[in-house]
Write a protein that binds this ligand. Structure first.
Ligand SMILES: [Zn+2]
Length: 389
């Protein structure tokens, strides 16, 4: 909304300054990632002991409750600047690469040699729901303090940000800082309490933002407390989230079904509705097949449109059941239909859909011979005749 529009000039200001706009865009796409800190930044000396267990992978202490007290007072050591720091790394050549956690925190010294991605996640970056965009395992439950990687039980796109310095323009400040990490869907600021909830359009961007903004400051020298938001108890918000999940599911179905089915389900095609009324009776007076029958797919589908592409599968099974003779006859008939001399190998030159189409064509010229083999459901009138309409 308005916060994004306010933000983009601010973001581009930094990069637009050194070069004209058009040139900048081209460079940006092919630019290698720059190292964010000098390699001497990563020291081998262990951090002060703040917990009971030392984790060598993260070079920090965990366990006990001292970690939080220590860390919460310590500002982040770096800060990622997407416009200046992002670029390609070795990870861009490898599909399914994860994002660089150190890049998000602004402290990766490796630049283009990094094995992880140095850019913002976008909608095309899809990960297993059990890991976050940095490749870290999620847990079944959130930590008591809602910190950490988070839970795989719920898709969480909202981060909680506490300890924001309270000013009159707190909303503008929050919007400006958090828009850097991806498309923001919604921001809610509790002005007097210095608390904000930021919802990103994509989960990966929320994950990225949470790491990028942990212990950062906004326009004042505060040290932010960034956590996962708990599920919003507001019924309006819950309804909104439920609707979003439904929309995602609908989109997935839309992609999986053939175009003509989708048009019919959504009632976009009035002709199709009329046709369905007639067709879904399957010749039985007063009967109209329910959706799950009418839109069913597979070799046994009642609706001829649902059988399309599955005929071959069905016939192959019948061939196996009937032994080789039937198979040879089929191939011979197909060869005749094609006017070919050479034997046709199933699945050889032709795709299965092509073969299926050819076999349908053959069936329509001699429907009687096929009818007996087609099983009880398909015996509702000849499918080939229906299909001609
Ligand atoms: Zn890196």
């Amino acid at each position: 909304m308005s916060e994004e529009r306010e933000l983009s000039p601010e973001q581009s200001k930094e990069v637009a300054a050194p070069a004209p706009k058009k040139v900048k865009k081209i460079i940006r796409k092919k630019r290698p990632a720059r190292p964010q800190v000098d390699s001497s930044f990563i020291t081998s000396e262990p951090p002060p002991q703040t917990g009971t267990i030392f984790n060598i992978w993260y070079n920090k202490w965990s366990g006990g409750d001292r970690e939080d007290k220590y860390l919460s007072k310590t500002p982040a050591k770096g800060r990622c600047n997407i416009a200046k720091d992002s670029g390609y790394t070795r990870a861009d050549k490898v599909t399914g690469s994860y994002f660089c956690l150190f890049f998000a925190r602004g402290v990766c010294p490796k630049g283009q040699d990094c094995e992880y991605l140095h850019r913002l996640p976008n909608i095309h970056d899809i990960f297993n729901p059990n890991v976050d965009c940095f490749g870290r395992d999620k847990f079944s439950d959130y930590r008591d303090d809602m910190g950490g990687v988070g839970s795989f039980m719920r898709q969480n796109r909202t981060i909680y940000v506490g300890r924001i310095h309270v000013t009159d323009d707190i909303e503008e400040i929050v919007a400006r800082h958090f828009a850097e990490w991806g498309q923001v869907e919604r921001i809610r600021v509790l002005n007097t309490r210095g608390v904000a909830f930021i919802t990103y359009s994509n989960e990966a961007n929320a994950q990225f933002a949470k790491e990028s903004m942990a212990h950062q400051s906004l326009d004042h020298n505060e040290v932010l407390n960034v956590r996962w938001a708990t599920a919003d108890p507001n019924p309006m918000a819950q309804a909104r989230e439920a609707r979003r999940i439904e929309e995602q599911a609908a989109e997935a179905i839309r992609r999986a079904l053939p175009e003509e089915f989708v048009a019919e389900i959504e009632g976009r095609d009035p002709e199709a509705r009329k046709r369905r009324k007639i067709e879904s009776g399957f010749g039985l007076e007063g009967y109209e097949a329910p959706d799950d029958i009418y839109f069913a797919r597979g070799a046994q589908a009642v609706n001829p449109a649902g059988r399309r592409g599955h005929e071959l599968e069905q016939e192959q099974r019948l061939m196996i059941e009937n032994g080789e003779t039937a198979g040879e006859q089929d191939t011979a008939a197909l060869r005749d239909a094609l006017g070919q001399q050479e034997p046709v190998q199933d699945g050889g030159i032709f795709s299965s859909s092509t073969l299926a189409a050819l076999k349908t064509a053959k069936v329509s010229t001699a429907p009687k011979t096929k009818a007996a083999a087609s099983g009880p459901l398909v015996a509702y009138g000849s499918d080939s005749e229906d299909e001609e309409d």
